[in-house]
Design a protein around this ligand. Sequence first.
Ligand code: HEM
Length: 156
Amino acid sequence: MNRKTAIKTIVLSLALFFTGGCASNSAAQSAGGQSGASLYKRLGGYDAIAAVSDDFIARLATDKQLSRFLVGVSADSQKRLRQLVVDQFCQATGGPCLYIGRPMKTVHAGLGITESDWQLTVKHLVASLDKFKVPDKEKQEFLALASSLKPDIVEK
Ligand code: HEM
């Protein structure tokens, strides 16, 4: 590689690096609204999101109407599912995680999740957010993120 080509390569690499950086930055800001700090940060970061997710999943698993969805799911598969939910919430709130699970529509298709199942799910999510004293503004933002998934989850 001659000197001119080498300089061109470096300039191109830097340009790609910075445009990539800006893209992920703006994704985090969109989860942060106008205030600057991402919802992820305002919620208290990874541990806070994991704690809310664990409490939420435990409520779903012990709900009389919803526990049918977890019948036959092994303990190990439940751990996998839990991790995917944490990753998804972490990424959606502007955190540094990457959700590598399947799309919501694909994974819930055929389960026959009803409006009533959804309402119960939201009730449990609210209870978990309240348990960890998530302030109202952050609670509403989190619920809005979860609600945006509803069309891909509810079938009936
Ligand atoms: C906020 C709402 C919800 C979120 C964020 C969510 C998220 C997820 C995620 C990340 C997965 C794993 C994806 C993968 O395996 O690649 C999953 C699977 C699953 N979800 Fe949900 N879910 C939601 C609502 C519900 C509801 C309301 C039900 C039923 C009442 C439900 C039942 C299931 C079941 C049974 C699976 C396992 C499906 C399988 O592996 O075959 N989910 N969900």
